[in-house]
Design a protein around this ligand. Structure first.
Ligand code: GAL
Length: 456
């Protein structure tokens, strides 16, 4: 009999003793201090300085001031009972020029952050690349230059040696589909490049680098848990016409399969996306093997679903998304549909790859227009969103699909890339003028949920 979602209670205990609970952040979105203590410029610093690239002319220069005030936010993580904290290392803080000379102040900084987490009983989970490429490397072609495999591996080796004695869980990359797609095809994210001539080499070099980075980690830290993270959306055809069904298949290949499948040894999804055959132009003998890695875990990051229809005028893929705004559905501030079953479908979908050993949700959350009233933020929609998503995850788990952890995006409101500070995703509200924090009702809810008092 099918489990009805309203029948599912979401006490923490139902997920099992070993289920991992956490919260995720990223360096560029939170740290600020963009030119302090020897940090090099990142592509996002450069991109945000250009006119019209970021909503409201916002920039990440100060963000949440996490660089200086990391103790304040790690104290809040502790206060919310969150046992695992996923954050990223800024490549240009460690290597201001992207390669070559190491910035000791950068290493010292992350040592302090890691040590403070451990002191507070919070486990650090490190993402090595969450989109803030050193500008010095972008000038040399960034992800379109094959040399990036060496640049990235050298950076990973430095981090592994510096932090690996205390950090067990590593994520090599965050969502390669997004930083290559938005950054090198559509040009709406840094570095703002467009077209297939940039996108195809960026895809190939990103995967080769991800695998080379993972191998570097494994060589230096044989006991580490090594993972990487992928964005994913549940895809549905607009109608049951064969044209729309096939368009949805192509969109699924682009959005959900393009990066995971080569890593699992299944190759690029060329049947659905023949244009990917042109990746050959950027390939060398032996590459196929070097796209594969036996990750200890895969992190999937899901926020919504997409409805896809056939489109004659969309090059390469002949498919377009039917905007959620036009579908009369509940929306977040990102104009994404609130559709919790999407995460259930994604857990199921990734369980369809028997090669994946362990699966975590490394990001899930929602931006809503929060309001401060009497020093409180009563963000009922966010709490409901998280609860509904957890119900869906539990449903998948109860049906026997493997899923081993859940990280909320995100701790505090932060710099949401091209959208600037407008969308608020945090469990904690930030007044960006004063940097004052207010734990939102969703944060209090997560704290109670994670505390032992919750009855399963
Ligand atoms: C993910 C990304 C995060 C965050 C989130 C919400 O794609 O990894 O950095 O911005 O989306 O949009």
């Amino acid at each position: 009999m099918e489990t009805k979602i309203q029948d599912i209670q979401i006490g923490k205990k139902l997920f099992g003793e070993d289920f991992i609970w956490g919260v995720s952040t990223a360096a560029l979105q939170t740290e600020g201090s963009c030119d302090i203590d020897g940090k090099g410029t990142s592509i996002w610093d450069t991109f945000a300085a250009k006119k019209g690239k970021i909503l409201n002319g916002d920039n990440p220069n100060n963000a949440c001031e996490f660089y200086h005030q990391y103790q304040r936010d790690i104290d809040l993580i502790k206060q919310l009972n969150i046992p695992n904290f996923r954050f990223s290392i800024s490549w240009p803080r460690i290597l201001p020029g992207g390669e070559g000379e190491i910035n000791q102040a950068g290493i010292d900084h992350y040592n302090k952050v890691i040590d403070y987490c451990i002191e507070k009983g919070v486990k650090p989970w490190i993402t090595l690349y969450h989109w803030d490429l050193p500008e010095a490397l972008e000038i040399k072609g960034g992800w379109t230059n094959r040399e990036i495999i060496e640049w990235f591996s050298a950076y990973v080796a430095i981090c592994a040696k510096a932090f690996g004695d205390r950090v067990k869980n590593w994520m090599v990359m965050n969502e390669p589909a997004v930083f290559t797609g938005a950054g090198y095809f559509f040009g709406i994210h840094a570095p703002g490049r467009t077209g297939l001539k940039n996108f195809l080499p960026a895809i190939h070099h990103a995967i080769l680098s991800m695998v080379a980075g993972a191998k570097t980690l494994r060589g230096i830290l044989p006991a580490a848990q090594i993972g990487t993270t992928f964005s994913c959306s549940h895809i549905e055809p607009y109608s049951n016409k064969i044209k729309d069904i096939n368009a949805a298949r192509r969109a699924d290949a682009l959005i959900n399969r393009l990066f995971i499948e080569p890593v699992l040894g299944l190759g690029y999804p060329v049947n659905e996306m023949p244009v990917l055959k042109d990746i050959e132009k950027f390939s060398l003998p032996g590459d196929e093997e070097n796209l594969k890695f036996d990750f200890d875990f895969i992190g999937i990051q899901n926020y919504t679903r997409e409805i896809v229809r056939y489109s004659l005028f969309t090059p390469y893929i002949n498919a377009s998304l039917v905007k959620a705004e036009k579908r009369n559905v509940e929306l977040t501030s990102m104009k994404w549909e609130v559709y919790p079953p999407a995460i259930y479908h994604m857990v199921k979908k990734f369980n369809g790859y028997p090669q994946i050993k362990k699966l975590y949700i490394t990001e899930n959350g929602a931006a809503f227009p929060d309001e401060v009233i009497d020093d409180k933020v009563n963000d009922t929609k966010r709490t409901a969103y998280i609860q509904a998503n957890l119900q869906q995850i539990l449903k998948a788990k109860d049906e026997g699909y493997k899923i081993s952890g859940y990280f909320i995006w995100t701790l505090t409101d932060n710099f949401e890339w091209a959208e600037g500070y407008h969308p608020r995703f945090g469990l904690i509200y930030i007044d960006f003028k004063t940097q004052q924090r207010i734990i939102k009702a969703s944060g209090h809810w997560y704290r109670d949920f994670l505390s032992e008092e919750v009855k399963g």
